[in-house]
Design a protein around this ligand. Structure first.
Ligand code: GLU
Length: 465
């Protein structure tokens, strides 16, 4: 076992986003590959915006994707005492101070800085204050003056430096006594022994502040790997405008978790020109060395292509289980219908999502068959009655409804009626399916089975007026 400890630290203020899922995946894969530990930490210090519903949504999405964590979930809201203690420590050591500036005063300072063409940074008014008035205060971290810049070597982006003159005295505790993100993330990552932080590069500007806090608190600084953002096709940050961004929305649309995993990993990571990766492959092959520096562009068609690949090659028994909720949603009673696994097998080649598969499966389960108007007009007519009767008679004599046998029976029908395959198959398809797009006629007969098929042909004969 290596000593690698990584974490995923979502804020429960909404569903699990595609970008968050990819960050979680990279952490998971590296932990598995190196036999390290993957920690899940729920960053819920923003009490007003955090909800149990979001926590549940995140946990569900991780379970669905198969991203199991080794430790957690650890909730920051359970750790306020620890954060308070650390704020006291910094105050006590003179590394932080109480700031009594009011919101109005700060606004005025910012406005003045703006007018004078300076950056709107806090000017340090309360830095050396010794009185403790009985008014609300925040606690600020004193930007250490000794060094001019902070540099770190990012495992994805390389060496990055920030000049301290760009920074100011960061608020680490709000007036209501709650600690802020940059402080708690440092305390938790350090106390939980996290030694590599893999996260989205929207946090890169926080990193120098966090490094200064690690040092001030006497912790060793971990390594960082900032993963580039995911963009929409228009090269703007991925948002709802580009389509669904919630992981679970993809489940609802009938995507398989392995397709989403495969898709997400390739958004930013590559392994030669390979495209198809199982989770086991990924655990073996993933490394930060092959994570690109530039943003990935979300491509819905590629995701759909991967999904149809996994549906085509998936285990029919498992797919049948996954299909059930989609059928239920359409109020299709499948329990007494043809065997669901056989239905799935007949549709795997033709369905890009489970939702499509459910739509394609409908005709198997609906009796009496509902005919499409056009198909009915064209085929359920007096001139076809003879043909239907011949088919009925021949198929009645066919004892096993398997493709090889059905082919022979069809050959007989074609010989007897002197009709080509299409002329027999088209009307029969209407009788069996109502006229919707469907698998090949032999497959449909085989899946429906003899009894149902004959019943449907009889129904078609009765429908002829
Ligand atoms: N809770 C932060 C977020 O959801 C993550 C912070 C981090 O990974 O350092 O953006």
């Amino acid at each position: 076992m290596s000593d690698l400890r990584v974490r995923f630290a979502p804020s429960p203020t909404g569903y699990l986003h595609i970008g968050g899922a990819r960050t979680a995946l990279f952490n998971y894969l590296l932990a598995k590959k190196e036999s390290g530990i993957f920690v899940l930490r729920i960053e819920d210090t923003d009490v007003a915006r955090s909800t149990q519903e979001s926590v549940d949504a995140i946990l569900n999405a991780m379970t669905w994707l198969g991203l199991a964590y080794d430790e957690g979930p650890i909730y920051q809201s359970d750790r306020f005492d620890l954060y308070k203690e650390k704020v006291q420590q910094l105050l006590h050591e003179g590394k932080a101070y109480r700031c009594y500036c009011t919101a109005e005063e700060l606004d005025a300072k910012r406005e003045k800085a703006r007018q004078e063409g300076r950056k709107p940074k806090y000017d340090g008014t309360c830095r050396n204050r010794t009185d403790q008035p009985d008014t609300p205060f925040v606690v600020r971290f004193k930007l250490p003056a000794a060094e001019e810049e902070t540099t770190f070597v990012d495992r994805i982006k390389g060496s990055i430096s920030f000049r301290h003159e760009e920074l100011d005295d960061l608020i680490i505790q709000r007036t209501d006594g709650t600690p802020t993100y940059n402080l708690v993330v440092v305390i938790d990552d350090a106390e939980m022994g996290i030694n590599l932080i893999i996260r989205g590069d929207d946090h890169i500007n926080n990193t120098p502040r966090q490094i200064l806090l690690y040092k001030a608190l006497g912790y060793s600084v971990p390594e960082f790997a900032h993963v580039p953002m995911i963009l929409g096709a228009d090269k703007k940050r991925l948002s709802k405008r580009h389509g669904a961004t919630s992981v679970m929305a993809y489940q609802e649309m009938g995507y398989l978790p392995e397709a989403l995993i495969n898709y997400l990993v390739r958004l930013g990571w590559s392994f030669g020109d390979e495209e198809i990766f199982s989770m086991a492959d990924l655990i073996e092959k993933f490394s930060l060395d092959n994570v690109g520096r530039s943003a990935g562009v979300f491509n819905q068609e590629k995701l759909l292509w991967l999904n149809s690949h996994y549906i085509k090659t998936g285990d029919p028994d498992r797919l049948a289980e996954l299909l059930k909720p989609f059928l239920e949603q359409k109020k299709i009673e499948f329990e007494d219908g043809p065997n669901l696994v056989d239905v799935v097998k007949s549709l795997q080649e033709r369905s890009a999502t489970l939702l499509e598969m459910a739509a394609g499966a409908t005709f198997y389960f609906v009796d009496p068959v509902e005919y499409e108007e056009k198909a009915k007009k064209k085929f359920l007519i007096a001139e076809q009655a003879e043909l239907f009767k011949t088919i009925l008679e021949k198929l009645s004599g066919c004892d096993t409804f398997v493709i090889a046998q059905l082919e022979l029976t069809f050959a007989e029908i074609m010989a007897e009626t002197e009709l080509k395959f299409g002329k027999v198959a088209q009307p029969l398809r209407v009788a069996l399916t109502g006229g919707v797009p469907s698998p090949g006629i032999y497959e449909v007969l085989q899946v429906l089975g003899k009894e149902r098929s004959l019943q449907r042909i009889e129904q078609a004969i009765m429908a002829i007026v």
